[in-house]
Design a protein around this ligand. Structure first.
Ligand SMILES: Cc1ncc(COP(=O)(O)O)c(C=O)c1O
Length: 422
């Protein structure tokens, strides 16, 4: 940060921050346990003021530095910041079919998870790929790898994996499936920053990985996202796709082709404009410093609540994590067991009435969403695991702050309901 007067600003800014609004200002009246709590502090705001006062609001040195530090954090060579996780997914899909890359051709089939955030599915569709849903394991909330193997056909060229709720997939098995069938792998890690399998960060197993920094995610840049990869040429393609196809944004291409075109306005490819602002990158730098403490606190909160849920394992449980996986818990995803004697909806109504915000496990079984009627390729009949998640799964917030009192209160609210209904 360049600003000499940040010290003078710190106190007035701090005074303006209403700490009770941190529990989500506009919902504060309704929920004492909301889905998300603001995790940024005075440093992020001062960094944004610094960018504004130095008239550097579009991508500049903070973006470059955030990309560098992010790549270091996850252990890859390239990181390209964009304005959302969905944009990261979109650029990855468009890179796969780009004429300069040609990993895939339009019309090729890509297998996708049936429980995820929908833009992971829309992205390959928009890039002209044919998506096919794979079922989801109701224990791990990740792709059912038996169904994945069963769905591979002579048309299949790629897999788009998701590490839902921060839970790493079994990457030994996924990589062996990809190798055996000669498939390209891409990873959506938008809910999984900080997660690893056998010590290797998610997002580094395939050709490219996407991350989201939306308000409620592991770190926030307000809105924002990142693509990671280990290939310089591919990273330049992402930079072109990020900003108009404009040569100026590449990192490794040093000499412009001999065309007589002014290099300042030379276009090497097509592209979108999904650039982040410098203010977002400044947020990212501050948030990245907080990530280890956030992670440790989330893990501690999960273990604390897990102890309560262990008393009721015949009725409900958290998602299951593999022994080799380091889960970066995104939330508290809970599955009711098939033996559970009450309806999910009656429990959710009770929680909501008691001021606890609830959500389905992302979009549930995606094939049940109204949008799927519009596109024939989004219809896939037999997805029993996804149905189980749709019918018996939900999640609650998980906040990266000390929360034992809140979790005790949450456990009491569950207990009231369970006593009445079992
Ligand atoms: C699995 C997954 N993929 C993609 C996205 C899209 O990220 P964004 O909201 O930043 O566009 C999300 C967002 O929550 C997500 O959970």
């Amino acid at each position: 940060m360049n600003l000499k007067y940040t010290y003078q600003l710190r106190e007035p800014v701090q005074a303006l921050m209403n700490e009770s609004s941190r529990i989500n200002s506009f919902k504060m009246q309704k929920y004492w346990y909301p889905l998300s709590i603001a995790t940024y502090d005075v440093e992020e705001i001062l960094s944004a003021i610094d960018s504004l006062c130095s008239f550097r609001t579009t991508m500049w040195e903070k973006t470059i530095e955030f990309e560098r530090q992010f790549a270091h954090e996850v252990g890859c060579s390239e990181a390209i910041m964009v304005n959302s996780g969905s944009s990261a997914d979109l650029l990855i899909a468009f890179a796969l079919v780009n004429p300069t890359n040609k990993s895939l051709n339009p019309g090729d089939e890509i297998l996708v998870p049936s429980v995820t955030w929908p833009t992971q599915i829309w992205s390959p569709m928009m890039a002209g790929l044919k998506v096919r849903f794979v079922d989801t394991d109701p224990n791990s909330l990740n792709m059912d790898l038996n169904d994945l193997e069963a769905k591979i056909s002579s048309n299949t060229r790629a897999i788009s994996l998701v590490h839902l709720m921060g839970n790493p997939c079994n990457m030994d098995r996924v990589l062996s499936i990809c190798q055996k069938n000669n498939l390209i792998l891409i990873e959506d890690c938008c809910e999984a920053l900080g997660a690893a399998f056998k010590g290797k960060a998610v997002g580094t197993f395939g050709l490219a990985g996407s991350f989201s920094f939306f308000f409620s995610h592991h770190i926030t840049t307000m809105e924002g996202g990142m693509i990671i990869c280990n290939d310089q040429q591919l990273s330049d393609l992402f930079r072109l796709l990020r900003a108009h196809g404009w040569a100026r944004n590449t990192k490794y291409i040093k000499t412009a082709p001999e065309t007589g075109i002014d290099p300042m306005y030379m276009f090497l490819n097509w592209g979108f404009n999904v650039r982040p602002s410098e203010l977002q990158a400044g947020f990212g730098l501050e948030q990245l410093r907080r990530l280890p403490a956030f992670h440790a606190q989330r893990v501690a909160n999960v273990s604390y609540f897990q102890r309560y849920l262990n008393n009721h394992s015949e009725i409900m449980h958290l998602m299951k994590v593999l022994p080799d996986a380091d889960c970066s818990w995104f939330a508290l995803p809970i599955m009711l067991t098939p033996e559970c004697p009450f309806e999910k909806q009656s429990l959710l109504t009770h929680l909501e009435e008691q001021g606890v915000e609830t959500r389905p496990i992302v979009a549930g079984n995606l094939t049940k969403q109204p949008v799927c009627k519009l596109y024939p390729e989004l219809q896939e009949g037999n997805l029993p695991g996804s149905d189980a998640i749709h019918d018996r799964g939900f999640y609650l917030g998980l906040h990266p702050f000390e929360a034992t009192k809140n979790l005790d209160r949450l456990a009491d609210i569950f207990e009231q309901f369970i006593r009445k209904h079992t």
